[in-house]
Design a protein around this ligand. Structure first.
Ligand SMILES: NC(=O)C1=CN([C@@H]2O[C@H](COP(=O)(O)OP(=O)(O)OC[C@H]3O[C@@H](n4cnc5c(N)ncnc54)[C@H](OP(=O)(O)O)[C@@H]3O)[C@@H](O)[C@H]2O)C=CC1
Ligand SMILES: N[C@@H](CC(=O)OP(=O)(O)O)C(=O)O
Length: 361
């Protein structure tokens, strides 16, 4: 079976990742590419400032870039969006209302009470809300799912098994060191980031603090509403650092449970974590959602960002915290697990669960 995939924002940083991941994927075929009016009507190769070290896949080079309107994507079984947030809201809603399936990377609908915010190796169960969403919009097969902010993504992958094993988390303090690819292209000016650290990323801290509560929360029995975590407090501080790809996060956690788990218990739980995406047997699911490093000087972006083909989170330096209970450092690939890869793995889960329905072509 070949699933026809469209990509919105195909020329951007996340769009380019979608192209590489989908072109090597056994289940998907890239069918349509969309971007702004500046790019529409040109071939992909002509209009894209390609920034990845692998070449543009041959089959994509000559494809015509289209305007991001549903009629141009009506052949697609699934549409992945890497659209700029300033336009994603309106465009993605028009696709949903045209009964298309949309997996979005943009922030616009993450807080929507009818839209699942899914990190594929964390909360695949939130797909259960899709039937309610379809009913609300009178859709037959379309739906909209978002994936999380790239820093939220790495964080919740590690918090999820801790919460499952040791009960509610009382507080989480996270300091991020975020790669420049997170800012899109051209992103942060070289004069600002070279030989420097910028201690501010607009809106990022609020997103991490809020999204974590939706992702790690539950859904009600009627499968019609999300139940945000109410007992956990999250405090985030975000920094932009001169790294190309890979967001590092220094995290301290306090558990409600007294006495708290030991370092050894925490490490064991992280090492043994198996996500639903792995249990289902999804093609892109990493063999280990969490890779625990015991080396004192890991994780490092250059050495660890491609772990599990960019779908694993690497955790190191797990130790006691003198203020909260346990602290550690994690690293996640921001444009793979933190963006395009999550969209694709979410689509694989939806397919396996029978939520993504592929018509006979
Ligand atoms: N980079 C990352 O690590 C992450 C990014 N995200 C989110 O993913 C989305 C994309 O980010 P990123 O790839 O970094 O951004 P880029 O700026 O690199 O790319 C933006 C894309 O949106 C397109 N676009 C801009 N304006 C319009 C328009 N009016 N109509 C249609 N298309 C338009 C651009 O097309 P054109 O080339 O024609 O201008 C381009 O393809 C954003 O919402 C971002 O917040 C989420 C998680 C991580
Ligand atoms: N702000 C993130 C990337 C991003 O676009 O996030 P969001 O989709 O939550 O706006 C970063 O700079 O690394």
């Amino acid at each position: 079976m070949s699933i026809k995939a469209g990509i919105l924002g195909a020329t951007g940083t996340v769009g380019q990742r979608f192209i590489l991941l989908l072109s090597a994927h056994p289940q998907f075929t890239i069918n349509a590419l969309g971007a702004s009016a500046r790019s529409a009507g040109k071939t992909y190769e002509e209009t894209t400032k390609w920034k990845l070290s692998s070449d543009i896949p041959e089959e994509v080079k000559g494809m015509m870039v289209k305007n991001c309107v549903p009629e141009e994507f009506k052949e697609c079984d699934v549409v992945f969006s890497g659209l700029d947030a300033s336009v994603a809201g309106e465009i993605e809603m028009s696709f949903l209302l045209a009964d298309l399936v949309v997996f979005s990377n943009a922030k616009n609908y993450r807080r929507d009470p009818t839209v699942p915010l899914i990190v594929p190796t964390v909360n695949a169960s939130h797909f259960d809300l899709i039937a309610h969403q379809r009913k609300l919009h009178s859709l037959r097969k379309g739906f909209l799912v978002t994936n999380a902010n790239c820093s939220t993504t790495g964080l919740v992958v590690v918090l999820k098994p801790l919460q499952d094993a040791f009960g509610p988390l009382e507080s989480v303090i996270v300091n991020t060191l975020q790669a420049i690819s997170g800012a899109g292209y051209p992103g942060v000016a070289s004069l600002d980031i070279f030989d420097n650290i910028v201690p501010y990323i607009s809106g990022e801290e609020e997103k991490i603090e809020w999204e974590t509560l939706k992702i790690l929360g539950g859904i009600n029995e009627a499968r019609s509403a999300f139940q945000l975590l109410s007992e956990t407090k999250v405090s985030a501080t975000c920094n932009r650092v001169p790294v190309l790809d890979g967001h590092t996060e220094c995290v301290s956690v306090k558990f409600k449970r007294r006495p708290p788990p030991s370092v050894e218990e925490v490490v064991k739980v992280l090492e043994e974590y198996v996500s639903d995406a792995q249990k289902i047997g999804c093609y892109s699911a990493p063999k280990k959602a969490i890779v625990v490093s015991r080396q004192d000087d890991r994780p490092q972006p250059r050495l660890d960002r491609d772990s599990g083909n960019g779908y694993s989170v690497t955790v190191g330096r797990v130790r006691e915290c003198g203020v909260l209970d346990i602290k550690f450092t994690l690293l996640a690939h921001n444009t793979i697990l933190g963006a395009a890869g999550s969209g694709i793995l979410n689509a694989e889960i939806a397919l396996a669960k029978g939520i993504l329905v592929v018509d006979d072509h």
